[in-house]
Design a protein around this ligand. Structure first.
Ligand SMILES: [Zn+2]
Length: 303
């Protein structure tokens, strides 16, 4: 056998062995073989958060916009999703392992630029009706909420995301964004095992306590920051504080989301910390309440 033919035969035999081993951890790549038989446990997932949005144009236009070149989302949920085999169809425009461009300048917990670390889901919804004398928000349809619950539930299970990792665009970019808005049924998602929600009895206990002796505005800012919002503890009623409070209220107390500090918002914030971030309540700056002389219900957050 000439040397060249002999080499080819050996190569072919080796290739067959390697190709045969693909399922056992050897992968033939472009010019090299990757041996994947040893795997490290020291890694983490790109996906740490799910960010929910609404897109206020109809599905065809929204899809066109989200297919680039400037913005995108991993998933889009139509107002009335099509069904296949009795299950809702959602559009997936970007692979989960790739960054979609949906979050923009954003921050949550200790992270910024959440495009890097999140899956973005756009839900078709008109948002607020600015023309009406009384602002009206379009309700999300039952069918799309069922689809969102199935989709986010699956993502949560696959990446083992904690409840506090499911956020709205407004939560991570409160001065720029209001979506998914106060009509989004966060409590229903919680009832389906998705996202965070405070326990009602815990909120009631904190409300009673704060009616006797309210936290300061600085303490409320510290509590919101401990929960995940990017909020400096200024002690001032500044634009950032109002925007964060508005986002927080749209998420957890949608009956009033003017962004004003109040006892109930504080009670919700502390109840969320008690449930999801108990370590934050070890901080004496949150647990020490200094009752002003003559304080009682109604004093609230006087500067
Ligand atoms: Zn958005």
């Amino acid at each position: 056998m000439p040397a060249r033919t002999w080499q080819l035969a050996v190569f072919a035999a080796l290739f067959t062995v390697i190709a045969g081993c693909a399922s056992s951890g050897l992968a033939q790549r472009d010019g090299y073989v990757a041996d994947r038989r040893q795997q490290s446990s020291a890694f983490n997932e790109r996906v740490r958060y799910v960010v929910l949005h609404y897109t206020d144009s109809g599905a065809p236009r929204a899809l066109k916009t989200l297919m680039g070149p400037e913005v995108s989302a991993h998933y889009v949920v139509a107002r009335t999703p099509e069904e296949r085999g009795g299950e809702p169809v959602v559009w997936q425009l970007v692979d989960e392992q790739k960054r979609a461009w949906h979050a923009g300048v954003s921050a949550w917990e200790d992270r910024t630029q959440l495009n890097d670390s999140s899956i973005g889901i756009e839900i078709v919804n008109r948002g607020p009706n600015h023309d009406a004398a009384v602002q009206h928000w379009e309700p999300y349809s039952e069918a799309q909420i069922a689809a969102v619950i199935a989709l986010v539930g699956d993502i949560v299970r696959r990446y083992r995301l904690p409840p506090t990792a499911i956020v709205g665009h407004a939560d991570i970019a409160p001065e720029r964004k209001i979506d998914p808005g106060p009509a989004f049924p966060w409590q229903r998602l919680y009832a389906a095992g998705i996202g965070a929600w405070p326990d009602a009895d815990s909120v009631a206990r904190y409300r009673q306590r704060f009616e006797r002796c309210p936290p300061t505005l600085a303490q409320l800012q510290r509590a919101l920051a401990a929960y995940g919002y990017a909020l400096p503890v200024s002690g001032e009623r500044d634009v950032r504080t109002q925007a964060v409070l508005r986002a927080f209220q749209m998420h957890f107390r949608a009956s009033d989301y003017r962004g004003e500090p109040d006892i109930e918002s504080a009670a919700i914030a502390w109840a969320l910390l008690a449930k999801y971030r108990p370590e934050a309540l070890q901080d004496a700056r949150l647990t020490t309440l200094t009752c002003p002389p003559g304080s009682g219900s109604g004093r609230g957050f006087a500067p």
